[in-house]
Design a protein around this ligand. Sequence first.
Ligand SMILES: [Zn+2]
Length: 75
Amino acid sequence: MSIDSVLSFTPPARQRWESIPADIRKRLMSNVWCGSCRHEVTITKFTGAIKGGDLLLVGKCAECHGDVARVIEGA
Ligand SMILES: [Zn+2]
């Protein structure tokens, strides 16, 4: 992932994200459901924040550039 993406995370979100092993992060980024494409896509240009104790990634679909999001629970 690019440094730009990490910099747009809030500090706690960034800490949470970086605690996830790289191979799992890669998988999390590459199987995000896109409601427009109707299949799993890669999330791009995303930001991260902690919401309700979960890590929330919000970004763009790599294929249609629509908004997509994924919640990473707990940790
Ligand atoms: Zn899409």
